[in-house]
Design a protein. Structure first.
Length: 71
């Protein structure tokens, strides 16, 4: 399932992500747990919590990140 498909306030584990250096610099790596904080309207970015900080990920990139939802 893609990161963009996860509902707001749900948590997930990143299983696969595109090879973009920017994602690693934002703290996104395979195997980490992230929470969806919000989805901006009209195809805007997804805001995810990584550790104690929040980062925005463009919709097209979020659709390429594969995740597994956790409870």
């Amino acid at each position: 399932m893609s990161l963009y498909a996860i509902e707001k306030e749900h948590r997930c584990i990143i299983e696969n992500l595109p090879q973009l250096g920017l994602l690693k610099s934002l703290g996104l790596r395979e195997g980490i747990n992230v929470a969806i904080k919000s989805k901006q309207p009209m195809g805007g970015p997804v805001i995810v919590q990584v550790g104690r900080r929040c980062v925005a990920i463009a919709r097209d990139i979020a659709q390429e990140i594969q995740v597994r939802e956790v409870n």
